[in-house]
Design a protein around this ligand. Structure first.
Ligand code: NIG
Ligand code: FE
Length: 420
């Protein structure tokens, strides 16, 4: 069999195989399918063979311009998948960082016209190419830390034109850099100042004008809503998401982050791809998610950056059979963190995930949370050859060495894009 790339001699080839159809749950979450002394063969960007180095080398014939990368006994993982980011925005919010240190609450800052609304002002003032340029820089940081696929939301425009501008910036980000992007329309991210007195009219604008325009332009695959007290109610979220579903969008939901409103239940009821945050999820919400295919995307870096005392009840969710994933939630307010290894490190320490569970949560389960598990998230024949070589001999080092970037090489669709 011909191969144009082989990665051989991985001390631990962590395949996370066998879960492309259904996300990992319960005890299975920590079962990683590791091949010691493993190798991966690739042809035209897709994986063609996976196994012990000797067995793979016997099967393949390298093409003329083919390349062999010797992993030298190090750890090789599937490319990491970040299923929740707000990557495209202008400005930054160091002032709020300091306010939070001194005791201001996130929702109070928002209610006073700061928070998301301050980023809305700077994003509205920025042009499309400026936004794409800023996003490109952050995306390069993510790639250098192992992320090869990421979801990216709009939600800092909050007018039809500005939301479209942000989504076009996401589209422009796809050119000239290798990270694969899934775009999400998040027009329901906050009530903009001009609709403060009439939030219902803003819900109407989203349903009657924004959703049709985004759908016509074909700029987003998913639709998300920030369902929270003082932002969008469960009933408003349901109306927006159902309208989106009718137009063919897949659904996601910022749910039960600060107040237990029942967002998890709504996400499960509507068959959403994911319900995200869930710090304040109730027992009923956990049971509804466990009985659904909706993935619980947990964002422990957000809780850490908001200096929260309470984290999402991850162990309770795992024990109840909820499929969980992890994400960075990269944004200028609640989580200026775009490193999935850092998120894994926080998840192990604060959510009490084992390193193996954290790893499955940023690969195959994260891929399920964005509807991409058929093509990415594990090392299996037929999938995209997205691989990360870490300068480590034990996969647990990645979460353990919190804050040190151990990524040595990144391969996206068979191309060496970091560490050439
Ligand atoms: O997921 N919770 C709402 N949205 C973002 C925060 C965005 C911001 O603060 O700019 C989140 O944490
Ligand atoms: Fe978010």
């Amino acid at each position: 069999m011909k191969a144009d790339l082989v990665v051989k001699n991985a001390g631990q080839l962590v395949t996370v195989a066998g879960h492309s159809k259904k996300a990992k749950r319960g005890r299975d979450l920590g079962e990683l399918a590791i091949i010691s002394g493993g190798a991966v063969a690739v042809r035209d960007g897709l994986i063609t063979a996976v196994g012990k180095t000797g067995a793979v080398m016997e099967q393949i014939e390298l093409t003329g311009d083919g390349r062999i990368i010797d992993a030298g006994g190090k750890v090789v993982l599937p490319g990491l998948v970040d299923p929740h980011t707000h990557l495209v925005f202008a400005g930054s919010r160091e002032d709020e960082f300091e306010m939070k240190i001194k005791g201001s609450a996130y929702l109070d800052i928002l209610a006073q016209g700061g928070g998301i609304l301050s980023t809305v002002r700077s994003t509205r003032a920025a042009g499309e190419s400026e936004l794409a340029g800023i996003g490109k820089k952050y995306l390069a940081e993510m790639l250098s830390q192992g992320t090869t696929t990421a979801e990216v939301k709009s939600g800092y425009g909050l007018t039809t034109d500005d939301e479209l501008k942000q989504l076009r910036a996401i589209q422009a980000l796809r050119d000239g850099q290798p990270v694969e992007l899934v775009a999400t329309f998040l027009g329901a991210h906050a009530i903009p100042e001009e609709y403060k007195e009439n939030p219902e009219a803003f819900v109407g604008l989203i349903i009657d004008e924004m959703l049709p325009a985004v759908s016509r332009a074909g700029l987003a695959e998913c639709c998300d809503v920030f369902c929270e007290e003082g932002v969008f109610s469960v009933e408003q979220s349901r109306r927006i998401l159902q309208a989106a579903q009718r137009r063919g969008f897949k659904l996601k939901l910022h749910a039960d982050e600060i107040t237990p409103l029942g967002g998890a239940e709504l996400a499960a009821e509507l068959g959403a791809l994911s319900a995200d945050h869930l710090v304040a999820i109730t027992r009923q919400g956990i049971e509804k998610l466990a009985a659904s295919q909706t993935v619980a995307v947990l964002l422990p870096a957000t809780t850490f950056c908001l200096m929260g005392e309470k984290y999402a009840p991850a162990r309770e969710m795992i024990d109840a059979g909820v499929a969980i994933a992890l994400a960075g939630d990269f944004n200028p307010g609640s989580s200026p963190v775009n490193s999935l290894p850092v998120v894994m490190g926080i998840a192990c320490r604060q959510l009490k995930l084992t390193p193996a569970e954290a790893l499955a949560a940023v690969t195959i389960n994260a891929a399920h949370a964005i509807g991409r598990a058929i093509s990415v998230g594990s090392i299996e024949v037929g999938k995209k050859a997205d691989l990360v070589i870490f300068d480590a001999h034990d996969y647990r080092s990645i979460a353990y060495r919190l804050g040190t970037n151990l990524v040595e090489k990144v391969i996206k669709s068979g191309c060496l894009v970091v560490g050439g």
